[in-house]
Ligand binder design. Sequence first.
Ligand code: 4NP
Length: 153
Amino acid sequence: MIRILFVCLGNICRSPMAEMIFRDMVKRRGLAGRIECASAGTSDEEEGNPVYPPARETLSRMGIGVGTKRAVQMTRSDYAKYDLLIGMEQRNIAAMRRICGGDPGHKIRRLLDGTPRPRDIADPWYTGNFDLTRDDIVEGCEALLESLVKDLP
Ligand code: 4NP
């Protein structure tokens, strides 16, 4: 089983969107038994809070639900639990490295770094544009899944 943790700041917008979108892609490819994912935030600011309603509605328009997801803060023990820890923006990567005490296993990556146009995921907290965030996340998740599928035995 390949285990992936998607990480943003609050775990109420970007990383839950990435978790739900990626899980849906994995399921549609028939890989649900081989790849699993979760999400967390680098901050404890939103701990216990549900997915932010505009993020939930954006997923709902894609036919994707959020289940019982509540925000959780990432911990150092996540580094051992997951094969890849995928941040949404450069600032997340720095915080993730701090929380984990570095990245000795080269597990920490930025979601859009696997695409032809490496960049941060558009932050809807500032842009208010959840569709743009969704498009960025879909692009990053597709590239991530392709890279994983290539290496599957
Ligand atoms: P997220 O969005 O990191 O994508 O879940 C944010 C949530 C909360 C805050 C910023 C971004 N905040 O500043 O509280």
